[in-house]
Design a protein around this ligand. Structure first.
Ligand code: ATP
Ligand code: MG
Length: 565
């Protein structure tokens, strides 16, 4: 099979595909290609992770290669089983399957044995200085560091101390194990990096077995090696770590094994959003949002609950691609991808979210009709449903003005509009309370104008078409209208101001909506287009007879409009 041609579809190859193809051209065995996605289970996955997931699993599909899911669970302080479960759920939901479920913690024994060997080989030593002293000796990019006074400890003493560290016989912070590289190295990460620290903490998988925990740089590359990962893709902040990654690999490498290759791509930054698990956790902890899957969160579970589809997220990842330089992607691109997908798949229904009563004075009081309505004009197979029509309807308050200029194509007195799937009506009168608020709009209808009836009147063109709901048939629901969680484009970008100060106080508005009765049957996570309003889905907070909807996105980008006006 020619793997190089497989990737040559319409899109130009990205630099990562180039790297792989170059390796294949140079004779790399395609059967040895293997990738991994390595989340730390210290929070829920966010849309940035989705980019990495789509990249790695996408490569797996493209090159017909396995992709491991590896939990980088080397820090017992922040990691939990809850996060492991959520991560697995999110990857599956995106539509990907991992070859093997792996845990860095499963390699603790192997890593330990390698570390012991490194001590024996004079490549590692136990430093017994406090971390502040170690930091001071690091030097600066232009000034070399200083050797630790413990750097020349004997192998025997190092082994004895390391053993004690492992068994929890030393205090936290008393000793660390460091690689012995070069304190004058131009790459500061190479100045005797810490490999192990002592933590008297129980780990969510290994319990109290280990009292030493490996640092990222030591654990990550070796885990790639153990799993025979061929290409290990990470984000740009690890560029400088690559040298260390390769140094550690050399220490444990056996001729003939797959030697993993670390390469770096730009992380996803999204406007009006923060993307660090630590900060997202802070939003949850301070109850700014209800939970990790609050529909305003940029987490995959939040987006799912908000009504995003896997297809829309995959499409987004595909559209932004992978690059070597960081930039900020406009969140409206993500919203665009949701609209585009939902437009094809979401059934249309009528719902009124800010109701005003409309009375059709010439419609018989006890009459009702069940009118034919198309479920999805974008999908011929979606069919039709029946929508009840009666004398008293709700329409959207903003769809009426007593007197309006020529640009107002909605209802006003003396003007005609069509009620979607129903009749042409004409505004006649309004009933107001003492304060001047409109209580009722009175109109008349043309009985011969019913949509689809084929009469000349039904084909008459009027400027506006309004959605509506028959009051006596309406299903009430709670509708949650979301806006951006942050008011500024880069809430994370200000060094002097806390991201919390940029929160949008109006990111959630809860209203009572009135829906056509077919919606009484709506099920959790189902998606709909509320005509003229946007895409909505059924929130899992819904209970029998008490539906809750989330607005996924409006039909148009209202922020873009605001920016242009
Ligand atoms: P955070 O800082 O948000 O906690 P992280 O990098 O610490 O993110 P990990 O769980 O370590 O989170 O990440 C797992 C994988 O996802 C890594 O390969 C990482 O590079 C990638 N990743 C994380 N954030 C992004 C992002 N914004 N864009 C692209 N890839 C990302
Ligand atoms: Mg991390």
């Amino acid at each position: 099979m020619n793997f190089i041609n497989m990737s040559e579809e319409k899109k130009p190859l990205n630099f990562i595909e180039h790297i792989i193809n170059e390796d294949l051209k140079a004779g790399y065995d395609p059967a040895k290609l293997k990738f991994r996605f390595p989340p730390e289970p210290n929070g829920y996955l966010h849309i940035g992770h989705a980019k990495s997931i789509c990249l790695n699993f996408g490569l797996g599909e493209q090159y017909n290669a396995p992709v491991n899911l590896r939990f980088d669970d080397t820090n017992p302080i922040k990691e939990e089983q809850e996060f492991v479960d959520a991560i697995k759920r999110d990857i599956k939901w995106l539509g990907f399957e991992w070859a093997e479920e792996c845990y860095a913690s499963d390699y603790f024994q192997q890593l330990y044995e390698w570390a012991v060997q490194m001590i024996k080989d004079g490549d590692a030593y136990v430093d017994s200085q406090p971390s502040s002293a170690i930091a001071e000796q690091k030097g600066t990019p232009t000034r070399p560091g200083t050797n630790s006074p413990y750097r020349s400890r004997s192998v025997e003493e190092n082994l004895m101390l390391f053993e004690k560290m492992k068994n929890g016989e030393t205090r936290e912070g008393e000793h660390v194990l460091r690689a012995k590289i070069d304190m004058a190295h131009t790459n500061m990460l190479m100045r005797d990096p810490v490999m192990y620290r002592v933590l008297h903490k129980s780990h969510h998988r290994t319990g109290n077995k280990w009292m030493i925990y490996p640092m990222y740089d030591w654990a990550h590359g070796e885990s790639d090696y153990i799993e025979a990962v061929s290409h290990s893709f990470c984000t740009l902040e690890f560029v400088m770590h690559r040298e260390l990654y390769e140094w550690f690999l050399e220490k444990v490498y056996t001729q003939g094994d797959v030697k993993p290759k670390q390469r770096e791509f730009a992380r996803l930054n999204l406007s009006y959003t923060i993307m660090s698990k630590r900060k997202l956790a802070e939003l949850v902890r301070q109850k700014v949002v209800s939970s990790w899957d609050d529909p305003r969160m940029p987490t995959i579970s939040g987006l799912r609950r908000r009504g995003y589809t896997p297809a829309s997220i995959r499409r987004f990842a595909e559209t932004i691609g992978v690059a070597k330089r960081e930039n900020i992607i406009d969140v409206s691109l993500l919203e665009f991808c949701a609209r585009e997908d939902l437009n094809k798949t979401a059934p249309r229904v009528m719902a009124v979210l800010d109701p005003v009563k409309l009375v059709i004075t010439n419609y018989p009081e006890d009459q009702e009709e069940w009118l034919e309505a198309e479920n999805n004009p974008e999908d011929d197979s979606a069919g039709f449903r029946k929508v009840p029509f009666s004398r008293e309807l709700y329409i959207e308050r903003e769809d009426f003005k007593e007197s309006a200029n020529r640009k107002f194509f909605r209802l006003s007195l003396g003007k005609e509009v069509r009620l979607k799937n129903a009749y042409i009506i004409k505004g006649e009168d309004v009933v107001k309370d003492e304060a001047g608020n409109i209580l009722e709009i009175h109109c008349t209808y043309d009985p011969n104008s019913r949509s689809g009836s084929g009469t000349p009147e039904s084909q008459r063109k009027v400027k506006g078409t309004l959605h509506w709901v028959s009051i006596k048939h309406a299903v009430e629901a709670e509708v949650r209208l979301y806006d951006r969680l942050f008011e500024v484009e880069a809430p994370d970008g200000d060094k002097d101001q806390d991201f919390m100060s940029f929160l949008n106080p109006n990111s959630l508005e809860v209203v009572r909506g009135y829906l056509e009765p077919s919606m009484a049957e709506a099920k959790e996570f189902e998606q709909y287009q509320f005509q003229r309003l946007g895409y909505f889905n059924v929130d899992p907070d819904s209970k029998e007879g008490a539906l809750v909807f989330n607005r996924t996105v409006t039909l148009r980008d209202s922020w873009a409009k605001m920016a242009n006006s």
